[in-house]
Design a protein around this ligand. Sequence first.
Ligand code: UDP
Ligand code: MG
Length: 237
Amino acid sequence: MTETRNSPELSIIVPLYNEEASVPILQSELNAALKGFDYEIIFVDDGSVDRTVERIEPKMNVRVIRFAKNAGQSAAIYAGLKAAHGATAVFIDGDLQNDPADIPRLLAEIARGADLVCGYRARRKDTRVKRLTSWIANTVRSRFTKDGVRDTGCTLKAMRRECVDALVPFKGMHRFIPALVKGAGYRLVEIPVNHRLRRFGHSKYGLGNRAWRATVDMFGVRWLLSRRLNYKIRERT
Ligand code: UDP
Ligand code: MG
């Protein structure tokens, strides 16, 4: 392994579940957007049953984690983070809805001192129903968990890797990364990002498997944050 592979500055983490048509395009878009950066891409295949894995181009800076079976987007992101070597991690969807060209702007905020930079989709390219339910969910969640973030459903984020300590691995965690990280005292920044129509495949979520679970999780996260261990060591001998 080269030095770059062991300790790149950046780890790009991509959860993939049946995204065979998108993955080659995403890989070339990432390479174009990150020219000049020292990065690794960690593709986490979440039990795809199509040719997603075969469509990933093997390269020195590409790593692939394959789950035995579908475990969910939170598991994919968490496994990617645990495997990451970069000082900064970037999460991006594998379906081309997020735009890799936004990544340098996220990194600029990290360089300015943010611990977590959350993209928000200024002009969302989703169905009306999805936009409405997402707006309700975001409004309720940001008040309830006090994360103050307008769009956690936007996967595109950059995070100092040490913030992983603030995360609790549960199914649905990916929607509460800002709440958990902010609750641990880290600095959050939001920036507008591009959003694109899904060109290939289909969304893995519907009303039923998102709204209800996310609501239940919201209560859990609020409880967890209210019960966080909070201590300062005065002296250690
Ligand atoms: N995804 C995943 N495991 C799942 C569901 C989704 O890895 O069980 C990935 C999916 O392949 C995509 C990202 O998570 O890269 C976001 O999923 P999707 O586009 O379906 O969500 P939406 O944009 O509809 O919110
Ligand atoms: Mg999508």
